[in-house]
Design a protein around this ligand. Sequence first.
Ligand SMILES: *Cc1c(COP(=O)(O)O)cnc(C)c1O
Length: 227
Amino acid sequence: MTLQVNDIQISSIAKAVERIRNTIPPEVLLLAAAKTRSLEEVKAVVRAGVTHIGYNYIQEAIPIIQAVGSTATWHMIGHLQRNKAKLAAQYFDVIETVDSWRLAQALDVRCAELEKTMPVLIEINSGHEPSKTGVMPEEVDKLVERMSALRHIHVEGLMTMGPRFGDPEDSRPYFKTTRQAFERLAAKNLPNVTMRYLSMGMSNSYRIAIEEGTNIVRIGTSLFGER
Ligand SMILES: *Cc1c(COP(=O)(O)O)cnc(C)c1O
């Protein structure tokens, strides 16, 4: 029997999962960053045991979420616009990219309508880059303190991007800054806030992120191949 290109692709996804699992401690959650990947590829990664899947765009995620369903946990990892808060609340299980009070409020209202409580992470702009999304590290305490009054979203940690290319070591200062904010917030013991997750590190930088204390790594290229 000859293998189809598709079969080869799918068995290489399973091998990649195994390879990556061997390099991360068991307590670190492996999230598949699935933008641009086909339903077959996403199914293959779920079959290989990766049950946390991240999407950057709601419209791209919805048909995949509908097809795969609740065997996976769906994370929003892209910038979320307020006018998409309703769909995000409806389809996702975790929103990793809350970065403003107005977005937090909009999500809270939508989650209340759905009678659900959404775990959220705050996206930190750890490089202080004006062109990037995320809250500045100096502003995050104020935002989280405000959010602790909201009843339908629950702050559970921080997420950051950092540089995607170049020397992985260049990511370390970004991860340190985010980790420091995480620890500072955890020490505050705010009501309705549980600092549980740090989501940092991608294909080129996840080893550094693990050294800096992350417990969610978001991997695309090393799992699925180049986009
Ligand atoms: C694409 C993406 C990743 C994964 O990046 P790779 O370099 O493909 O591993 C992680 N996080 C976010 C937010 C992304 O958009």
